[in-house]
Design a protein around this ligand. Structure first.
Ligand SMILES: Nc1ncnc2c1ncn2[C@@H]1O[C@H](COP(=O)(O)OP(=O)(O)OP(=O)(O)O)[C@@H](O)[C@H]1O
Length: 279
């Protein structure tokens, strides 16, 4: 049995003449312990997909199953790191993280909760900002609080909706490593939505493109056959990395060209710029 399974999932917004089928016939199967990345075009329905997996949205048709059960609601078994950091503005950094930890561990005593909060705030290097409110933080700092908050809840499955997009390269690299550490150490399952092909190759076991909508659907999967732990500095010279990256980019560029030929809409490609990783 797959750990997470999407079977023929379609999602439509609007009614009558204003109906748009955003996602069409999505089939996805993720095994326990896997790390899967979905690379998608801007506006293709990535957040809709995350919300279906998370339980915030229900499919118009088809099924989303988590450990064999229909996903009907959100659950802290599936922790989501959203791209828009969604912190409570009247709570400090520590209080924002503590609220989530208390929800996930309602029976734990105050000292255990405080220790967990301190550990995760430290993990994202925000201990000096522990007592600050979101409006006193930069966008990147807020995003780091959102990462700490989601991971501190110890979710069985980590779902990430372009979580690191707003961050500078160094912070982004550090958080990628922290997320990978937690995924490895705690044997988690992860679904990463990203527009950064290199981030997908560095982190995932498989990359699956989400073709642009309307009626976005998943493309063929690309397996990332590179041993772990992966070394960012060595990746640039790794033949498998180059081969996989080229294949994914050729596929995405092909879709871009195909779409341009049939539509005047300008689709924004995922980030394909050549990259040197920051060690
Ligand atoms: N609640 C809604 N009602 C109507 N249309 C919606 C709703 N939510 C999203 N859409 C539309 O569905 C499409 C996909 O949106 P979604 O946010 O899932 O895409 P995305 O790939 O996450 O976008 P981005 O890359 O900009 O974050 C867009 O055209 C959007 O306008």
């Amino acid at each position: 049995m797959a750990y997470l399974e999407l079977k023929n999932v379609c999602k439509t917004y609007g009614q009558g003449l204003n109906t748009t089928e955003v996602l069409s016939d999505i089939n996805l199967s993720i095994e326990e312990g896997e790390f899967v990345a979905i690379v998608g075009f801007t506006g293709s329905g990535k957040t809709t997909l995350v919300n279906l997996v998370n339980g915030l949205l229900q499919p118009t048709s088809g099924e989303v199953l988590f450990k064999g059960e229909l996903v009907k609601d959100t659950s802290h078994e599936r922790g989501v790191i959203f791209q828009n950091y969604s912190l409570l503005p009247w709570l400090t950094v520590g209080q924002n993280v503590a609220m989530a930890v208390k929800e996930a561990f309602p029976k734990e005593n105050k000292a255990v909760i405080q220790k967990r909060v301190a550990d995760y705030v430290e993990m994202v290097s925000l201990t000096p900002a522990m007592n600050k409110r979101p409006k006193e933080l930069s966008g990147g700092m807020r995003q780091r609080v959102a990462v700490a908050r989601a991971l501190a809840m110890n979710p069985e499955m980590i779902i990430m909706d372009e979580p690191l997009g707003a961050l500078d390269a160094l912070t982004r690299g550090n958080l990628q490593d922290e997320i990978l550490n937690i995924w490895t150490k705690d044997k988690r399952t992860a679904l990463l939505i990203t527009n950064d092909v290199d981030e997908g190759i560095y982190m995932a076991d498989r990359i699956i493109p989400l073709r642009p909508g309307p009626k976005a659907t998943l493309g063929p999967e690309f397996k990332i056959d590179i041993d772990r732990p992966r070394d960012k500095t060595e990746l640039n010279d790794n033949a498998e990395y180059k081969k996989t990256r080229n294949a994914i980019i050729a596929y995405l560029m092909g879709i871009g060209e195909e779409r341009k030929a049939v539509s005047k809409l300008n689709y924004e490609l995922p980030d394909l710029s050549p990259k040197s990783f920051v060690a």
